[in-house]
Design a protein around this ligand. Sequence first.
Ligand code: IPD
Ligand code: CA
Ligand code: CA
Length: 272
Amino acid sequence: MQRITTSLDACRTDEQRNLLKLACSTALAAGQLIKERYDQPHDIQMKGAINLVTETDLAAESLILEQLARETPGIPVMAEESENSLNVRDQARYWVVDPLDGTTNFAHGVPHFAVSIALIEAGKPLVGAIYHPMLDELYFGAAGCGAWLNDRQIQVTQTDKPINALIATGFPYDIEHTIDRVIEQMQCVLPAVRDVRRAGAAALDLAFVACGRLDGFYEMNLQPWDTAAGWLLVLEAGGQLSDFSGNEYSPFMDQILASNGKLHAALQDLVR
Ligand code: IPD
Ligand code: CA
Ligand code: CA
């Protein structure tokens, strides 16, 4: 845990420090498990026509649930592969877990996927960690304290014109219902920016906005586990999040627009 030592000093309370340490160590352990299985054949099940889950998603989630239950037995967990876990959203605090964000990439051998873990308290993110095992990059942050990539504090870009901006997006699994909107948005965004990426892991799209590799990101119909940790990272790195109409973001919304702040109004005009 060498890489998080300096940043831990920035935490406001011992409790926040311990929760951040736990989010980071758990994301690292699950990421290690995923990396070990990357080259192996996968058992792929379908959750929908194009929505996959592999044995590794399930194994990573079990590891995470065990570790969180052992260390914070009183805090419930909302996790992608656990049925009915969305119910915990009424609790004062809860963990939000995507054991493997970018499953389609993982299943096809594309080395771009991550573990995402956040703790929400009173509707706001308190700590968050996203781990990209193939790059050994740990992105993490704590509310009011900043965001880091390994041992380096990170910030969003200063890009202020869409034409100089690299933007990411993603395509919803229910694409047959959303295709018209997706194409319409792309028709507005693509000619107005430098380029658009669809890399296939929303948590990493947000982490990349936070660390300045991307200037903005938008997508429809994501789930809380896709965005909870990235939400915190973008905020702590000085960026901005909203829905497409500019309302304050919550991971229970079905639209997300994240940016460096300077581009937010312009991007909002493009995606609205
Ligand atoms: C998916 C990825 C993808 C996004 C999808 C998500 P999963 O998560 O984040 O980039 O476009 O909407 O559901 O299913 O790989 O955890
Ligand atoms: Ca996901
Ligand atoms: Ca997932």
